[in-house]
Design a protein around this ligand. Structure first.
Ligand code: FAD
Length: 423
């Protein structure tokens, strides 16, 4: 291989691709990025917990921060004494791109069509028939990637949300110190019963300069129709909720609309394939919350370490990929994922009242318990302790559901998967 040849192709230019590329070039890996529009602005409004943003190195790229968040339930509100943050995604994206370019990353504007592995490494065939070679490939092309082999599994659950950014001209002014609403499970009114929607909650970020971002969200559901079919009903429910609350007078159009579809609990990738994956393509979305950024940020240094190590000691393909998969998904994280997915399946079957009760009881747990759970930051033993504590304290109907799921097929499947990624 020529001394300046690309060693690693990363497919995609979303947060997972650029964050990993940045960590790899910092270790001297010669990286190429392949995406149809590598500089296109990311669309979602990415948010995360403030302490995670600080710990994971993106504090300098925050557009807005809140000292605390709030959750609302039928039984009353709860203050979540934990800061929350909205990422200035465009600034972070441009910074990552600039760092990659300065480090000599090759940026290829193209769309991957096919990956083939051989004795030397990997060949990527693009849609226009261009062929690119390297020793390793990481697929970071998002949730819908067709290039990654996964464990068998049923149709995933989906998080679907309709978000709008409004200038607040009427109603209550938006103050900088207003807490953000992490989830509001209270009813949007009697018309709810007639709407064909799974349980939904309101997510709201007051942006301080009289702008309000609001989103009506299905946390996770198995859907009978295409996810986008649910947007009109979510939009109607969101508007009704805003009108009822007097938060703002809806006149004109929102400044922005966000359409959100996130597969939740999608089967994990197999650990014996030579195509590596990262981000949505590697099913790294937190199965119980839909958040991905913290996982991408938390794992990127150790995955880049593993990639750099394998390339430095290169003996041929095969073994390196298996070892790098262990860094993408440690056995500990696989166990946690199985526990979260088990929780997801139970939550997704609850009706609105049940979901409201579930989260009200969850946020009544001591703060360190729910913090670790929603950030996926603690070890499995801690996660299990939180789940057991929840089990012991929850009301009888939810405990009954958890017991029958645990003692049935789902519990067995979860325990069987505790060894790690399938091979
Ligand atoms: C509306 C919305 C809001 C979200 N909000 C949050 C949030 O607040 N916090 C959070 O943690 N998570 C959030 N998520 C979840 C998750 O963080 C995102 O889905 C995230 O964008 C996934 O990152 P990714 O880099 O893996 O993939 P993507 O962002 O989907 O990027 C995929 C990249 O691959 C490229 N690509 C696709 N196919 C090919 C191909 N064949 N060849 C080459 N390139 C290809 C694309 O052009 C793109 O550049 C949100 C998701 C959505 C949809």
């Amino acid at each position: 291989m020529p001394a300046d040849a690309t060693q690693l192709w990363i497919v995609g230019a979303g947060p997972a691709a650029l964050a990993l590329a940045d960590s790899c070039v910092a270790r001297g890996v010669r990286v190429g990025i392949l995406a149809p529009d590598p500089r296109a602005a990311w669309i979602p409004n990415y948010a995360l917990w403030l302490d995670d943003a600080i710990e994971l190195g993106v504090e300098g790229f925050l557009a807005r921060r809140w000292a605390r968040a709030e959750a609302r339930f039928a039984g009353g509100p709860r203050v979540l004494d934990r800061g929350y943050a909205l990422l200035d995604a465009r600034r972070w994206q441009l910074e990552l791109l600039a760092r990659c370019e300065a480090a000599g990353v090759r940026i290829e504007t193209n769309r991957l069509a096919e990956i083939s592995h051989d004795d030397e490494g990997v060949e990527l065939r693009c849609e226009d028939t261009t062929c690119l070679r390297a020793r390793l490939v990481v697929d970071a092309s998002g949730h819908a990637s067709p290039f990654v082999a996964r464990e068998p599994g049923g149709a995933p659950y989906y998080q679907v949300a309709w978000g709008e950014l409004w200038a607040v001209e009427g109603g209550h002014p938006v103050h900088r110190e207003d807490p953000m609403t992490f989830m509001d499970w209270t009813s949007s009114g009697p018309r709810e019963a007639a709407e064909e929607l799974p349980p939904t909650f309101l997510y709201a970020m007051p942006l301080g300069d009289d702008r309000l971002f609001v989103e009506e969200t299905v946390l996770a559901a198995r859907l009978g129709r295409a996810p986008a079919d649910y947007f009109p009903a979510l939009r109607a429910r969101l508007h009704r909720r805003l009108e009822r609350s007097g938060a703002l007078t809806l006149a004109g159009r929102p400044q922005e609309v966000e359409r959100c579809v996130i597969p939740m609990g999608a089967p994990l990738p197999r650990g014996d394939q030579r195509t590596l994956a990262y981000g949505g393509a590697a099913s790294m979305v937190h199965p119980a919350t839909g958040y991905l950024l913290t996982n991408v940020l938390r794992r990127r240094e150790r995955v880049a370490d593993a990639i750099a190590r394998e390339l430095a000691d290169w003996v041929g393909p095969g073994g390196p990929s298996r070892r790098i998969w262990q860094a993408i998904w440690t056995p500990e994280e696989v166990r946690a994922w199985r526990l979260y997915s088990f929780g997801l399946e139970v939550i997704a079957e609850l009706d609105r009242a049940g979901t409201d009760r579930f989260f009200a009881e969850f946020f009544d747990l001591p703060e360190h318990c729910w913090r670790g759970f929603v950030s996926a930051s603690g070890p499995t033993t801690e996660l299990m302790a939180t789940m057991l504590r929840y089990y012991a304290s929850t009301s009888r109907p939810i405990r009954g559901r958890l017991s029958s799921a645990l003692l049935g097929r789902r519990g067995l499947r979860m325990l069987r998967g505790f060894a790690g990624l399938e091979r």
